[in-house]
Write a protein that binds this ligand. Structure first.
Ligand code: PLP
Length: 401
């Protein structure tokens, strides 16, 4: 026997495994609402016009394919930080943000996890919301951290358990590491209000916690990328030395290009240089340096004010389509006479709707109607269209009454 023949079959990924099952399904009615990837109303993946334009510009430049540095393309990182922290952010003017290009948001989370395990020690706790994006847990575990959960979602109200959240932040040992979703919390679509963010920031500060924002949906949540960066900017204004993971997968539709950034707000430029040097030491043996294609695309768009404005309108159109599908799905269910409240469909924000459906109901809908979404009842609103919304609503109604 070989080392390979001893290997047991691993379980399928809870989200990507769903796509595999969907692809195998031959029923013509099948609907895929699993993966968080945007679809147009025609149900097809969308390439933004601004991205197409940027591709054309790049092609004309006849660029080479040399390696990027360990930290990626500096122009991209600079624009990415301005996008999140604000063009005129003091922390950027003071050059005290360490920033590196990463393999999208996932890569940013992993690099941060590795850095924390290295400098805080193996087994250092990281507090993540309950629930959180499923991949957070193995990402941080595999980095060597211990994943602990703080209260976030309240199934009774299908909303935020703000008091539970505050209590858990308070109860954690001082100087702990907390992960927060910057906007459009995945999977619940439930975000704190501005007042709640401000209160949370104050408490995090009093507790001397390190806050790590994961920002995978800037612009995608409300349709306004400035608005969606509000929490990040508020924490920075309050004096937090935050870390931040950014992804350009959803807002630019660049999923497969693996383009994102990791940054750390430091006390001064010298500290930022030291942090950058350590980030390089994490990255170099892991993947050497990041891919350049997506970084070049985002750079073309964000360095040209006219293209940026056009992008902003396209991003808003995606967000608006999702918001209108939320309204449509809710009113379909109400028209059918559902006894449940579906108000949360429209109050939640971002790509996902946390329906409150039980795993049993989810499996029944999958079996009977061939509609695929995760066992926790999370629907990717991006897959809902004017042609399937009624079918989805009817299928939910049949199971829930
Ligand atoms: N973080 C959150 C909260 C997400 O929802 C996602 C994607 O679903 C990511 C990070 C990472 O996505 P990517 O690695 O494609 O940027």
């Amino acid at each position: 026997s070989t080392v390979w023949s001893e290997m047991p079959m691993g379980p399928p990924d809870p989200i990507l495994g769903l796509t595999e099952a969907f692809n195998k399904d031959t029923d013509p009615r099948k609907v895929s609402l699993g993966v968080g990837a945007y679809r147009g109303d025609d149900g097809k993946p969308l390439v933004l016009d601004t991205v197409r334009k940027a591709e054309k510009i790049m092609l004309e430049k006849a660029l080479n394919h040399e390696y990027a540095g360990i930290v990626g393309l500096p122009d991209f990182t600079k624009l990415s930080l301005a996008f999140a922290y604000g063009k005129n952010a003091d922390v950027l003017k003071e050059r005290r943000v360490a920033g590196v290009q990463t393999l999208s948001g996932t890569g940013a989370c992993r690099v941060m996890g590795e850095l924390m395990a290295r400098f805080r020690g193996q087994g250092t706790p990281i507090y993540v919301p309950n629930p959180t994006w499923g991949n957070h847990i193995p990402i941080f575990k595999n980095s060597g951290l211990e994943v602990r959960k703080y209260r976030y979602y309240d199934p009774k109200t299908v909303g935020l358990d703000f008091q539970g959240l505050l209590s858990d932040v308070q109860a954690a040992e001082d100087d702990s590491l907390f992960l927060l979703h910057a906007c459009a919390h995945n999977p619940t679509g439930v975000d704190p209000t501005r007042e709640q963010w401000a209160e949370l920031s104050k408490l995090m500060k009093a507790k001397k916690h390190t806050v790590f924002f994961d920002c995978a949906y800037q612009g995608f949540a409300s349709g306004d990328s400035e608005k969606d960066a509000w929490a990040i900017r508020r924490f920075v204004d309050d004096g937090h030395c935050i870390a931040l993971a950014q992804s350009f997968a959803k807002n630019f539709g660049l999923y497969g290009e693996r383009i994102g950034a990791l940054s750390v707000v430091c006390n001064d430029a010298d500290e930022a240089a030291r942090v950058t040097s350590q980030l390089k030491l994490v990255i170099r043996p892991m993947y050497s340096n990041p891919p350049i294609y997506g970084a070049r695309l985002v750079t073309e768009v964000l360095s040209d004010p006219a293209l940026t404005q056009e992008w902003s309108a396209e991003c808003k159109a995606m967000a608006d389509r999702i918001i209108s599908m939320r309204t449509e799905l809710r009113s379909c269910l109400e028209r059918l006479g559902s006894k449940r409240s579906w108000e949360h469909i429209t109050s939640q924000i971002g790509m996902f709707c946390y329906t409150g459906l039980t795993t049993e109901e989810v499996l029944k809908i999958r079996g009977d109607a061939h509609i695929y979404f995760t066992n926790d009842g999370r629907i990717s609103m991006a897959g809902v269209t004017t042609s399937n919304v009624e079918y989805i609503a009817k299928s939910i109604f049949t199971v829930t009454g």
